[in-house]
Design a protein around this ligand. Sequence first.
Ligand code: MD3
Ligand code: FE
Length: 215
Amino acid sequence: MTADLFADQSRTWREELCAGAVVLRGFALADEAALLAAVQAVVAEAPLRQMVTPGGYLMSVAMSGCGDYGWVSDSSGYRYDPIDPERERPWPAMPALLRSLAEDAAASAGFAGFEPDACLINRYVPGARLSLHQDRDERDMSAPIVSVSLGLPAVFQFGGARRNSPTRRVPLAHGDVVVWGGPARLYYHGVLTLRDGEHPLLGAQRINLTFRKAM
Ligand code: MD3
Ligand code: FE
């Protein structure tokens, strides 16, 4: 009865990228329908929007979020804000299912006790990209970041501690979860231009969730 024996694990496996960074392939697949419903409920309340960088560029990625804080970019800089400036209201609460997925992924990568207070939602349509950057607006760098990929596949670019560190390319597919912590927490990273395609559940888009401890 090999099929039964592997029923729970056959679609999920682990790949260590470097010390502190692990890909949990397929980790989000088990609950994908409920996960997508939760994300849809959040963006129905706080719509995805393209933000402006402090340098005046419109970001190709559309963003929203939930939890106690949302990440905001405008002409004055980047910040975590308890208020969504578009709606002048707090961000939607983080759905329990999203929180527990992030906590479970962090624990299974060795970061037990992760308590995210922010979940950023990034939406990529074909042509959108995220250039190489560090995530350094969070207060506590000992907490990891948990990333969940949904929809169209993307190529993730991941370097090192310096902007000119050599980079590697890692394909990320629907249901993949990545946990970044420890020595990898401040590594430069980005997402290459999303290619055209059609995902059976999400159509022509990729959604990425990143769970953080912002404050
Ligand atoms: C490596 N998002 O929102 S998630 C971001 O797919 C962001 O939308 C990408 O980078 C996306 O800031 C990549 C993977 C990720 C997130 C945070 C990291 C990788 C990281 C922090 C440190 C090192
Ligand atoms: Fe990032």
